[in-house]
Design a protein around this ligand. Structure first.
Ligand SMILES: Cc1cc2nc3c(=O)[nH]c(=O)nc-3n(C[C@H](O)[C@H](O)[C@H](O)COP(=O)(O)OP(=O)(O)OC[C@H]3O[C@@H](n4cnc5c(N)ncnc54)[C@H](O)[C@@H]3O)c2cc1C
Length: 385
């Protein structure tokens, strides 16, 4: 059992942390509050190769694994810049295309996903279906050489500055006629695709959108992979999504605890730093333990995934996502408490993360659905729903 990163991964971690520190949480929050995107940070991360670390070298990436992308997600979050679209464009979409895209799709999209010049959002959630993926109502019908898509999606992150959205739809299986999942690359300026912004209580540069697909016509090659790729392609994105979201939560927890520790080591109320009071230090220490425990599961999941042990990685990824969401929420809450009134100010940069860490218990898969998964697949209980 090896708990050390490789020398290359350690270098990656230090370099990403240095980039994140150069921008800082103030930059991230400033952009969010101004309704702008973290374009400069994204572009620089792309130029330095951090967005493409897990993309194969023949398509312009770094040739590493999800562990490397996990490091990028964790370190940027640990410096106060949890870039949500890391989970979407490099983790979900690039993995799906690298594993299941056609050669033409890999050649066209992966190099630009790797350098950050292309952004692809990911749309699965629907208002009616919710967590029940079997109820997806977005349908793709074949019409000659084209596909015609109709349906609605909700909570889709980053559509306003994405070039494409990878849309999960259902299409009739050629052999059985049954509706099966299929993924499509839809340009965000496609005729028939409209969006409206959801007002969310999360301070983030990435906004969530409702998407309406009304007779969106796409060429045949907008279908990801060949005709049978749908379900395996969709599953290929799930573990990287959960692992990188978990890494962002772990990083955010670390960030909050670092801010709090700095504060409690210097703030004096009774003539000594407040960190000398165990009532202040112990909750922070407890949160630090929870974050570190959860982090271990993130790297276990990433390691299993990179070893090609998808089923075990799935269990670990779900557990990591569950545990880091709770640990991050605890860390941010405890860090706010340790700051007193300053904890609620924008200046001290902790309460700004409340919405985002809370959302970690809901998206991309809720804690209840993870408990369902663990009950069924780890504890052998009958499916309850
Ligand atoms: C900030 C943010 C960003 C997002 N970005 C994206 C994105 O980019 N792309 C995308 O496709 N989606 C995105 N989502 C959507 C997200 O994945 C969903 O919100 C999530 O999967 C939960 O689905 P739902 O909101 O429909 O909740 P519902 O399914 O309606 O669930 C509501 C509640 O009921 C519980 N519940 C439901 N079924 C069961 C059951 N069988 N057993 C026990 N409890 C149950 C849930 O756990 C939850 O607590 C985003 C969401 C947020 C908040």
């Amino acid at each position: 059992m090896d708990f050390d990163l490789t020398p290359e991964q350690s270098d990656l971690r230090d370099a990403v942390a240095a980039l994140g520190r150069r921008y800082g949480h103030e930059y991230f929050i400033g952009k969010a509050k101004a309704g702008e995107h973290t374009t400069e940070l994204w572009a620089e991360a792309g130029k330095l190769g951090y967005l493409g670390v897990s993309i194969p070298t023949e398509y312009g990436g770094g040739g590493g694994g999800i562990t490397d992308l996990t490091i990028v997600c964790e370190e940027l979050s640990a410096t106060g810049s949890p870039l949500l679209l890391l989970v979407v464009s490099p983790a979900i979409v690039a993995t799906i295309l690298a594993r299941h895209g056609t050669e033409a799709q890999r050649t066209e999209f992966l190099p630009r996903l790797a350098d950050g010049s292309l952004l692809i959002a990911f749309a699965i959630t629907e208002p009616e279906a919710g967590s029940n993926f079997h109820r997806l109502g977005t349908v793709a019908q074949r019409d000659g050489d084209e596909w015609v898509l109709n349906g609605r999606k909700c909570f889709i992150s980053g559509v306003d500055h994405a070039d494409y959205v990878m849309v999960v739809a259902r299409t009739a299986d050629a052999a059985t006629g049954k509706l099966v999942p299929a993924l499509f690359l839809v340009p965000t300026d496609a005729a028939g695709l409209t969006k409206s912004k959801l007002d969310m209580e999360i301070v983030s540069p990435e906004k969530q959108w409702l998407l309406y697909l009304d007779d969106v016509r796409l060429p045949a090659d907008a279908l990801v992979g060949d005709g049978d790729a749908g379900l395996p392609a969709l599953f290929a994105g799930l573990n990287p999504e959960r692992i990188t979201v978990a890494a962002m939560s772990a990083g955010t927890g670390r960030y909050a605890l670092e801010r709090a520790s700095r504060y409690t080591a210097t703030r004096q109320v009774w003539g000594r730093p407040i960190g000398t009071h165990q009532g202040v230090a112990h909750p922070l220490a407890h949160a630090a333990i929870q974050v570190e425990l959860a982090r271990l599961m993130v790297y276990k999941a990433a390691t299993l995934y990179d070893a090609g042990r998808d089923l075990e990685a799935g269990v670990a990824a779900n557990m990591a996502k569950y545990a880091t969401a709770d640990a991050a929420a605890l860390a941010v809450d405890t860090a706010i408490q340790a700051h007193g009134g300053n904890g609620m100010t924008t200046e001290y940069g902790v309460a700004t993360l409340l919405g985002a860490v809370r959302a970690g218990r809901i998206a991309p898969v809720s804690r209840e659905m993870i408990l369902n998964f663990v009950s069924q697949h780890v504890l052998g209980q009958e499916k309850s729903y």
